[in-house]
Ligand binder design. Structure first.
Ligand code: ADP
Ligand code: ASP
Ligand code: MG
Length: 444
């Protein structure tokens, strides 16, 4: 069997949904499970609804709910007919009235808990899959719509839930039976606790859903269908001359995703590694194109892609007590640990340590505690640039080429991945795009 995942832009209207069903139908003898995101920018719109509802702006929230309703009803009306259209319209109306009730609750309470947020965000995928499954049936394709919350079981960490793999294996074994000549349709991104409370895997999490499902079903392949020709040497929205990469290893793809390449969600690779499943990234608008294969092993070396991550905060501590002392780093990390703040990059000298964090929510408390050990400081508006590739250090001129292309951009930190697959540098955020472009011009 295989898993195919389609992102929001791939299903944003009737024409695109039909195109996606053509792609799936052409592989129907491989027992496909189809995983869908919400249509277009629906999830962003639900986030807007939440923002308006919690400040009590119920009118604006209702206008946005109506827009979501109209868009889905219009899509259904354009390519469904008869009884299928009627039952799909009834289901859309039912989902929208559930959404409206939740929005009403938020605007009365002026508050949205993480748990409510997940309940609201789930409607994008529930609506899209209802329509897509109906369209497949209308086209005469044998189709089964399965609610992902019946098998994608997670913990209660709302907004970024952690999958419980054993429970998922068990539930999928009981509920999901792929077979040739049948399309199974399900939602990406949404999941549920053991008690049936809706959770989500975090924004962009449909990619992760697809490899979780693929891994539980021992899929031959997971295909991630998106709006670009695969994983590229850099984000084509910002970098001129970005090219598609033919093949990339799990660890390279993992580093790229972690350091900002939105094309796959950072957690996507782990489940694929578990069963050594190849992941193919392809373009819905160019299905003939080769796309990118993410594989356990690829025989090459050198820089393969450059990515960037904005909104990085650097926390530093300088202390002469560090000199020749042990236990110092442990004390520093205990503080970050206490505030549940992950550190991404770190660079040290004899008397100072600098660390990058993504979430500065607790930074004031962290700095206050660090001050007890030395002089601490915080710098905002930094960015990480990550060069990814295998055996980067075997190329003796690699580092000099990197530094030679910086054109005066100041480097705040540098970190060499122990895995040999990445070099990360921290630069001012306002220099991010131009620095990536000049590194890209140098290496590609
Ligand atoms: P989907 O809705 O299909 O999940 P996303 O918008 O989440 O699509 O991801 C696809 C986008 O990722 C592309 O349109 C592209 O702008 C961006 N992107 C960022 N880095 C890369 C990269 N290295 N290669 C390809 N796309 C990238
Ligand atoms: N619809 C969700 C989002 O926009 C999940 C996804 O697209 O992967 O974040
Ligand atoms: Mg995505």
């Amino acid at each position: 069997m295989i898993v195919l995942k389609f992102g929001g832009t791939s299903v944003e209207n009737c024409e695109k949904i039909d195109r996606v069903l053509d792609i799936a139908n052409s592989q129907i003898d491989r027992a496909p499970v189809l995983v869908f995101s919400a249509m277009g920018k629906t999830t962003n719109k639900i986030e807007d609804i939440i923002e308006h509802a919690v400040i009590g702006d119920r009118d604006k929230a209702n206008i946005l709910v109506d827009q979501i309703k109209e868009m889905h009803l219009k899509t259904a009306g354009e390519f469904l007919s008869g009884g299928i259209l009627a039952s799909t319209q009834a289901d859309i109306n039912d989902l929208i009235s559930q959404l409206s009730s939740l929005v009403k609750g938020l605007s009365l309470l002026h508050e949205c808990s993480p748990r409510s947020r997940d309940a609201l965000l789930s409607f994008g995928e529930l609506l899209s899959t209802r329509i897509i499954a109906s369209r497949a049936m209308e086209r005469g394709i044998k189709t089964e719509l399965i609610d992902a919350r019946s098998f994608l079981i997670t913990d209660e960490n709302f907004n970024a839930a952690i999958p419980l793999l054993d429970k998922i294996d068990e539930a999928i074994g009981e509920k999901v039976f792929p077979e040739p000549l049948k399309l199974i349709v399900t939602q990406g991104f949404i999941s549920s606790t053991e008690n049936g409370v809706t959770t989500t895997l975090g924004r962009g999490g449909s990619d992760y859903s697809s490899t979780l499902i693929g891994s539980s079903l021992s899929a031959q392949e997971v295909q991630i269908w998106t709006d670009v020709d695969g994983i590229m040497t850099s984000d084509p929205r910002y970098v001129k001359g970005a090219k598609t990469i033919n093949s990339i290893t799990y660890s390279e793809a993992g580093e790229l995703a972690f350091f900002g390449a939105k094309v796959v969600h950072p957690a996507t690779i782990q489940p694929a590694v578990r069963q050594q499943i190849p992941v193919l990234v392809k373009n819905t608008l160019n299905p003939e194109g080769p796309g990118t294969s993410i594989l356990p092993v690829v025989d090459d070396r050198g820089v393969k892609a450059i990515t960037g991550k904005r909104d990085i905060t650097v926390v530093s501590i300088t202390s002469s007590k560090m000199l020749n002392a042990y236990g110092f780093l442990k004390n520093i990390f205990t503080i970050f640990d206490r505030y549940k703040t992950p550190v991404d990059l770190i660079s040290t000298s004899e008397v100072s340590v600098s660390m990058t964090i993504e979430n500065p929510e607790h930074v004031d408390n962290i700095v206050r505690e660090l001050e007890e050990m030395g002089t601490a400081s915080v710098e905002y508006k930094k960015a990480i640039i990550c060069l990814v590739g295998q055996e980067l250090w075997k190329d003796s001129v690699f580092v000099s080429r990197v530094f030679g292309s910086l054109n005066g951009t100041p480097i705040r930190m540098i970190s060499l991945g122990a895995s040999d697959t990445n070099l990360s540098i921290v630069v001012p955020e306002n220099k991010l795009n131009e620095t990536i472009q000049s590194l890209h011009d140098e290496f590609f």
